[in-house]
Design a protein around this ligand. Structure first.
Ligand code: 5GP
Ligand code: ZN
Length: 192
């Protein structure tokens, strides 16, 4: 594989840097995260250098998800503590990406494992949800994508007669007061 200079994950692919590898095939490599959120935390990466989410070749992106499924099942069937699994993909600095070679985090979860997501899971009005849908749909419609089954023509969804449900169960942390997000996304183990 062609190594991109100064890319630590390319170095791992080419074995110029060490890692504990758990999976390798033609398209992807998976190895243990050096700073795990929980024991068993794996990174699944494309072997060909890409930076974020959308520049991964489609076949490779699909393969990454298939490998993540297989690894998640292996974690659950292993001796590791693993009652559930999270996948996490940081696409861009604003999304807490720190290593700019695309990677999919796969890590075991269990009660009180210390992992939190510092997010506001606030409800939104129907109008706000529809406006967001239309913003995304405008681009998909422009490109002729995304509505194979529901048809097209500007409709979004029937009006709901119930207010949006508050989201729950997504975080082990209590709801936070309004303000800037706290820390990075993967928060169980602060980085050195
Ligand atoms: P990001 O915030 O970019 O989604 O996460 C990058 C991940 O790469 C972090 O969880 C970090 O611990 C891991 N990482 C950074 N450098 C290395 C390394 O040299 N080897 C391994 N195995 N993992 C690394
Ligand atoms: Zn790379």
């Amino acid at each position: 594989m062609t190594e991109k200079p100064d890319c630590i994950f390319c170095g791992i692919v080419d074995r110029h840097a060490g890692s504990d590898i758990v999976w390798e095939d033609k398209l992807v490599l998976a190895f243990m995260d050096i700073n795990p959120v929980t024991d068993g935390h794996v990174l699944v990466i494309p072997k060909v250098h890409s930076v974020g989410l959308t520049d991964i070749a489609p076949e490779t992106a699909g393969r990454m998800m298939t490998v993540a499924q297989r690894l998640a099942q292996a974690m659950k069937d292993s001796d590791l503590r693993c009652d559930g699994v999270n996948l996490f993909f940081a696409d861009g600095e604003a999304a807490f990406q720190e290593v700019f070679h695309s990677h999919l985090h796969v890590f075991p979860r269990f009660p009180d494992d210390g992992f939190t997501i510092g997010a506001h899971w606030d409800g939104r009005s129907n109008e706000s949800l529809t406006a967001s849908a239309l913003a995304i749909r405008a681009v998909l419609d422009r490109d002729g994508d995304g509505l194979e089954l529901t048809g097209r023509g500007g409709e979004t969804r029937p009006e709901r007669d119930v207010p949006p449900r508050p989201r729950s169960g997504h975080s082990t942390s209590p709801p936070r007061p309004a303000g800037p997000p706290a820390g990075r996304g993967l928060a169980a183990n602060p980085r050195p």
